[in-house]
Design a protein around this ligand. Structure first.
Ligand code: NAP
Length: 280
């Protein structure tokens, strides 16, 4: 039997409806998200378009600032400082990839943690250890939401996270730990990946390597969350999980595209409303 697909577009749509209600209850107060982009990147342009459309649906104004490709790190930090001080700006994000010469970590640290709607500032990363973060990292929160939507009992569930990046792997491991899952994090140093994935009730893959995890690496009925975004040889977007073989074994599976991505955008908007002070 094929896996039950976790339709991120539908889940995100339901989230946006809830967010819209929270936004309306917030009254006339401005909720503004600023997107900073340095230079022009076709992939980032698609993200910005999707974010803008979703923000409009929720009633959040999204201001897109395009800085020239030659912008120095000092100039970018000065723009961020201005936005930190602008009372009408609830949250901001800097689109990636950033050009060479700009250190993403320095940029992230410059954003006021209360306006860091991507949840990547060390303050927000740190608060996820305390169970109820105000602004959790969006992709990790999206992966968590998709798992919760399955209705699985997460307490005691064997969970394997593949990838240990700061923005996805590590925070999702912590978020799932809060559900009392037994979490194993696999990475480049892991000796035998398949030994871990095969015993997992839940597998989250966030690596950036197409086809890294395939069906025979999975336990029948497992919930598989594919965070990866890769461009296949034919130009099509694929995840880190081989969809066809995984679909024949998994109990739940996220498609790519249409899985984690749209829910990540919804989390960004939820964080923006929270940053503005809305109770959501
Ligand atoms: P990243 O910073 O490059 O991290 C990748 C992680 O995978 C690293 O921890 C790396 O370990 C590990 N890794 C590399 N090869 C491995 C292997 N063979 N086996 C096990 N682990 C391995 O990437 P990221 O930012 O976490 O993103 C991961 C993927 O998710 C990318 O495809 C990205 O585009 C996608 N993504 C999607 C969304 C979304 O909204 N859907 C959001 C963010 C990212 P080392 O560091 O030790 O090499």
């Amino acid at each position: 039997m094929p896996a039950q697909l976790l339709d991120g577009r539908q889940i995100a749509k339901r989230m946006r409806e809830r967010l819209r209600k929270a936004r309306d209850a917030f009254g006339d107060r401005a909720v503004r998200l600023v997107s900073l982009e340095i230079g022009q990147n076709p992939a980032a342009a698609v993200y910005v378009r999707n974010q803008k459309r979703a923000a409009a649906e929720v009633g959040i104004e999204m201001e897109v600032v395009n800085l020239p490709v030659a912008t120095s790190e000092a100039e970018l930090l000065s723009t961020i400082a201005e936005l930190n001080n602008r009372a009408d700006v609830s949250g901001m994000l800097v689109q990636r990839p950033m050009p060479p010469g700009i250190d993403p970590r320095t940029v992230q640290m410059a954003i006021d943690p209360q306006k860091d709607v991507e949840g990547m500032h060390p303050t927000n990363m740190g608060t996820i250890l305390y169970k109820e973060p105000l602004l959790p990292p969006c992709t990790a929160a999206a992966a968590q939401q998709l798992i919760v939507e399955t209705g699985m009992d997460l307490r005691g569930a064997e969970t394997v996270v593949v990838g240990h990046s700061e923005i996805v792997g590590k925070p999702i491991a912590v978020l799932l730990l809060h559900h009392l899952s037994t979490v194993t994090v696999c990475h480049i140093g892991t000796k035998n990946l398949i030994e871990h994935t095969r015993r997992a009730d839940i597998v989250v893959v966030a690596v950036g390597k197409a086809g890294l995890v395939h069906g025979d690496m999975l336990k029948p009925g497992a919930c598989v969350i594919d965070v990866g975004i890769n461009q296949g040889p034919d130009g099509k977007i694929v995840g880190d999980v081989d969809f066809k073989s995984a679909n024949a074994v998994a109990g739940f599976l996220t498609p790519v595209p249409g899985g984690v991505g749209p829910v990540t955008v919804a989390m960004l908007l939820r964080n923006t409303l929270r940053a503005a002070g809305a109770a959501i």
